[in-house]
Design a protein around this ligand. Structure first.
Ligand SMILES: Cc1cc2nc3c(=O)[nH]c(=O)nc-3n(C[C@H](O)[C@H](O)[C@H](O)COP(=O)(O)OP(=O)(O)OC[C@H]3O[C@@H](n4cnc5c(N)ncnc54)[C@H](O)[C@@H]3O)c2cc1C
Length: 478
């Protein structure tokens, strides 16, 4: 049951118009000439959603299921980056790489297994169940003729509200020769025909490390080049240091503060030249940031972008153009599937209610699926110090708890930060097995202003990974 069912109001859906699927250019011209008509007559759709990634899909289905007339325009494939080139294939590769060598899997079999997992997640319905949710699906690249008028080839659609949810693409850093060296990105790496024996990874962020470590497990020699002075620069410095140590122990080479002067591919061999010399690789994977995909036409209409080139939105998700909203990665906020979904949920609500209240401040936790995993909730030690928050910190090694001992997953630790005066938890960072799961409890504690005493006095089942959070908190109870 959708939470919006009670809010359903026939705001711009005229009786008898539902089910009209394709709108021709002529229809639009007739309608625009007839300015006298009521606004619902002009709005052939209540909402057009451009892009079917995590954000767009969420908004479209929420509105479609409560009876709004919704059109979705998608340029390449349903499910966006997460399903096709991001979360799903990367998490599948991570999992498969843990058993591929033991199971004697070839690279071809790994690629096939990733594809099979994507197919399962995608489901068998070619329109992803859109029709069942009352949504009209249009394939093609949307361009904008006005802020609420969208063209797809020779079809033109109009709506009262339009949402841009067009996501991002991998960006290439301006390294001389890189673009001509045909580097791999997340869009090509899962379809690679051969596993490189020597792989260079540009970028020591979550994507570079998750994928780099998977290739290492499959037998590749992996060298990471990170321009900053540490990998995982958004993580707590202690977590980043521990991960560097563990990855090096696993045989990866981590070069921080790396200044790549030139990259060249000659006869299939890629040469990476830095200040300390030139090294040869069989392939190069770039995971060094993203760039927004802004649909054509919006710049001419005066769409306001922020300094980084992402769509600027106000608190509730509106852009500066009338009737135009934006959601998900294209807005340059937290670039996670769960955040895109959260943003989408609020935008859908405001479209239904015709309101515009700021998105409630909510903690955004995240996980990195390296081995061991990383879980991040709240502020890091550096951020707390910059904010001049008087904090107390506790660290507890995973190896001190029985679940980690009994499963022989001894690496890593939990680090908890609490406000000194109140004991309120303000940050929790995990680098250990199951960190991606434990972090949910920490997010709940921080979001709801719990203290270290609250968590420490809550019985957790034995033996579990979640006890790590409890006993780290207990170290701070006075
Ligand atoms: C390798 C990798 C791993 C990741 N792992 C995780 C993870 O584990 N957990 C997590 O939370 N997040 C992860 N992410 C991030 C996650 O994929 C994104 O945050 C999420 O996909 C954003 O959703 P979105 O809807 O904003 O955009 P997208 O998913 O990028 O969808 C945008 C859609 O718009 C379409 N489009 C673009 N332009 C047009 C146009 N003009 N007309 C019509 N359609 C258009 C595109 O084809 C695309 O389908 C990962 C990303 C990558 C690259």
């Amino acid at each position: 049951m959708t939470p919006y069912r009670d809010m359903l109001a026939p705001r711009c859906t005229p009786p008898g118009t539902r089910g009209r699927r394709v709108v021709e250019v002529g229809d639009l011209n007739d309608l625009t000439l007839n300015q006298e008509r009521e606004s619902w007559v002009e709005s052939l759709y209540d909402v057009i959603v451009v892009g079917n990634g995590s954000a767009g899909d969420n908004i479209a289905r929420t509105l479609g299921r409560i009876g709004k007339r919704v059109a979705v325009v998608e340029a390449s494939h349903l499910g966006g980056e997460c399903l096709n080139d991001g979360c799903v294939p990367s998490k599948a590769l991570i999992d498969i790489s843990k058993r591929a060598t033991r199971d004697g899997m070839s690279w071809d079999q790994v690629v096939e297994a990733i594809g099979a997992i994507q197919s399962t997640v995608r489901g068998s319905d070619p329109d992803g169940g859109m029709a069942a949710d009352g949504i009209d699906l249009f394939w093609g690249e949307a361009t904008f003729e006005a802020s609420t008028v969208v063209r797809i080839g020779d079809q033109v659609l109009r709506a009262r509200d339009v949402v841009v949810a067009t996501g991002t693409a991998p960006s290439l850093p301006p390294i001389p020769g890189l673009a001509d060296a045909a580097p791999l990105t997340n869009r090509s790496v899962f379809k690679l025909r051969e596993r490189p024996r020597r792989l260079a990874v540009i970028g020591g962020g979550p994507i570079g490390l998750e994928l780099g470590q998977s290739f290492r497990r499959l037998g590749s020699e992996v060298t990471v080049f990170e321009a900053l002075d540490r990998i995982l620069s958004t993580e707590d410095a202690d977590v980043s240091k521990e991960m560097t140590r563990l990855l090096e122990e696993q045989g990866m080479q981590i070069n921080t503060a790396a200044e790549i002067k030139r990259i060249e591919r000659v006869d299939g061999v890629v040469t990476v030249t830095t200040a300390s010399g030139a090294r040869a690789f069989d392939d190069i994977l770039v995971a060094a940031g993203r760039r927004p995909q802004i649909p054509a036409g919006l710049a001419d209409l005066g769409l306001r972008l922020n300094q980084r080139g992402y769509v600027e939105i106000n608190g509730c998700g509106r852009t500066n153009l009338p009737g135009l909203w934006a959601a998900g990665d294209v807005t340059g906020k937290f670039q996670f599937t769960h955040y895109a979904g959260y943003q989408a949920h609020h935008i859908a609500r405001h479209i239904v209610e015709g309101t515009c209240a700021p998105l409630p401040d909510s903690l955004v936790p995240w996980a990195i699926f390296t081995d061991p995993e990383i879980g991040h909730a709240g502020v890091t030690e550096e951020q707390a110090r910059n904010l001049s928050v008087d904090i107390r910190i506790a660290e507890l090694r995973a190896a001190e708890l029985d679940w980690f001992r009994t499963t022989s997953q001894l690496d890593g630790f939990a680090k908890v930060l609490a406000e000194a005066s109140t004991g309120r938890i303000v940050g929790a960072h995990f680098i250990c097995a199951r960190a991606s799961t434990i972090v949910g409890e920490a997010a709940l504690a921080i979001q709801h202003k719990l203290t270290v005493r609250d968590v420490a006095s809550t019985i957790h089942p034995y033996p579990t990974a979640s006890e790590l959070f409890r006993w780290a908190c207990a170290k701070l109870v006075e």
